[in-house]
Design a protein around this ligand. Structure first.
Ligand code: OXD
Length: 326
């Protein structure tokens, strides 16, 4: 069998080829580390190389074209370039017999934490308001200070990223709580768990940070009903997926004054359409899905380590549980 495609070259075949299925702009940067660290692994690029479907043992992707993975009869492992795996779960034909390994990486959690701390402090220290005053050359010290000890930060999702961000913000003296599916034990972070505790978690949160995986249970979790549970003046930071937020509800609640504003790195539709009202809202900070970019070296190493484990007959780590969706 031959894969359809532009077929610019015929890659060297081997029964253990790694198929890279990424947008053209990302291929070179994510393929380069393999040549340096694992020169014997034969790489083929979907849409560029012609390859025999049966020769592909491993795949490396983020949002694979639907049905592509199913067409690979000897596929052994699928590796995600990034932390979020919703792009794979969206493929109804994902071959569930094949383990999907996600990226759990210190640099990713650290960079995400930088973004979260940055946006938290920008809001907490009213930096946007001072920026506006600077533009008008106005010296005004009258904004009432916010007391750090009285500011409660709530983190939706207490995995590797949520826990690291929570720990750093805890060390800055904020009061931190986290909400997750199962109860978590992180020093100095109050743990709320399950649907039954979402309401009390939200009711005490002044700055809400979303780092949840996108699953059918978490899609649209921030909507008019849940946002209304936040205390008046709450601020929302979303670094997870745009689909966690019902954008029109968030915008309406900012307009109504119940929500003070938001810092958003992810959107239901990306790139965010020019017509979106979010772009111009003075209380909304927008970044183009850059809170943390997967480090190509770390992502390639995750693949190389996973393949080595598999070939030594060892259990894989960070395998996605399809029932939970992460
Ligand atoms: C990720 C992302 O999930 O880049 O890694 O959004």
């Amino acid at each position: 069998m031959r894969a359809p495609g532009k077929a610019a070259s015929v890659a060297t075949m081997s029964a253990r080829s790694l198929l890279i299925a990424l947008p053209n702009t990302a291929v070179d940067v994510f393929a380069a580390p393999f040549a340096a660290t694992s020169p014997k692994l034969s790489l083929v690029v979907h849409g560029r190389d012609t390859y025999a479907l049966e020769n592909i043992a491993y795949a490396f992707s983020f949002r694979p074209p639907p049905g592509l993975l199913k067409s690979l009869p000897n596929l052994r492992i699928v590796f995600s370039v990034g932390a979020g795996v919703d792009g794979f779960l969206a493929d109804k034909d994902f071959p569930e017999r094949v383990p999907l390994v996600r990226l759990v990486d210190h640099t990713l959690a650290r960079d995400m934490t930088h973004y979260i701390v940055l946006q938290t402090l920008m809001h907490h220290r009213r930096q946007r308001q001072f920026d506006a005053l600077q533009r008008e050359r106005k010296w005004r010290q009258s904004f009432p200070p916010r007391r750090t000890e009285d500011t409660r930060i709530g983190i939706l999702g207490l995995g590797a990223i949520g826990a690291m961000a929570g720990e750093r913000l805890r060390d800055l003296d904020f009061k931190i709580a986290g909400w997750s599916r199962d109860r978590k034990n992180v020093r100095g972070i109050e743990s709320f768990a399950g649907d039954g505790e979402l309401e009390s978690f939200l009711a005490q949160t002044n700055i809400l940070i979303c780092v949840l995986p996108l699953t059918p249970q978490t899609r649209g979790i921030l909507n008019r009903k849940t946002l209304a549970l936040l205390p008046p003046g709450a601020f929302v930071i979303n670094v997870a997926r745009g689909e966690h937020v019902v954008e029109s509800d968030l915008l309406a609640m900012i307009e109504e004054g119940h929500i003070a504003g938001a810092a958003l790195d992810v959107f239901a539709k990306e790139p965010l359409p020019e017509t979106s009202l979010l772009w111009r809202h003075p209380n909304v900070t927008i970044t183009p899905h850059v809170a943390a970019l997967s480090d190509p070296q770390a992502s390639a190493q995750n693949v190389i380590d996973g393949i080595a484990r598999y070939e030594r007959g060892e259990a894989l780590i960070n395998v996605v549980d399809f029932a939970r969706g992460y």
